[in-house]
Design a protein around this ligand. Sequence first.
Ligand code: ADP
Ligand code: MG
Length: 346
Amino acid sequence: MLEDKNTHRTDLSQLGEFGLIDLLTRDFPLHNPSSLKGIGDDAAVIDFGEEKAVVSTDLLIEGVHFNLAYMPLKHLGYKAIMVNLSDICAMNALPTQVTVSLAVSNRFPVEALQELYEGIRLACDIYKVDLVGGDTTSSTRGLILSVTALGKAPLEKIVYRNGAKENDLIVVTGDLGAAYMGLQILERENEVFKVNPNLQPDLEPYQYLIERQLKPEARKDIISLLEALEVRPTSMMDISDGLSSELLHICKQSHVGCRLMEDKIPLDPTLINVCEEFALSSTMVALSGGEDYELLMTIAPADYDKIKGNPNLTVIGYITDESLGCNLITRANEAIPLKARGWNAF
Ligand code: ADP
Ligand code: MG
């Protein structure tokens, strides 16, 4: 059911490199005045005027970062853009342009790459970012996809990981752990499918979790919200590897400690149910499961009134002096040292 349903199969060699680039990039209207020159020349030209440029890049390898058995190509395209836009948002900047480079083997027909670009197009359209370039080449095996995102922000708005101060509040957007449990479900159903391809899994009860895995959203809306609330976080990053590992990054770079309250971590009710089904602790999943692409930030105590009661922003703890270390305060009111057990590329 998650397979791409293309009936036609056009061989890549039929189009050639330039025909392929033309076909894939034909339907990408430019949304931003800062995109002076997009696809079609030796380089794109971007004009950010007085603002600073923010750049981030990611490389995705088939079999390492994604599995096409349960990741439809359209979702892969969407997600590849999203994870990069998320990095730009994590700087408190607004994403404006992307470039997409791919290496493909002739195992992929033209139609498969069109599916991939349909996901890329959807992401660019919804987030109003411009595809302004890329590169296309062949690989001996599998698919390799690299996305670079550009964004802009006035210098005084840019937020780094190293600005957290003692007594700042730790704030997170959305809810955590769902993308990881979505992956557990997809992997479980894929194993069942390998044994009995006639069994159609009932994924309905897991829809939210699967969507969080296959179709994550960058929190561009939070950048606008922070601006409207007149809050500039003291530090910020996106949660790609899991809450504990990201919070440890902020604490290390800011030379501070933290107290993270277990009972404050925002969890979706579906996540709690499915963690029970898998006999996993939902706290552990929220701490160590990655790919939620929510934003983790610290804010000055003076800004608390501005964010209080906002359903998008949850206070989950506070920053302490470095000497106190980084601790999780459990529901039983015990302090246990936070460990980075997030996804590790190696
Ligand atoms: P060059 O030979 O200078 O690398 P190419 O012929 O590879 O240029 O690319 C032509 C144009 O198409 C450039 O603007 C390039 O950025 C763009 N482009 C190439 N491949 C892709 C792709 N996969 N997605 C988006 N744009 C691409
Ligand atoms: Mg090229």
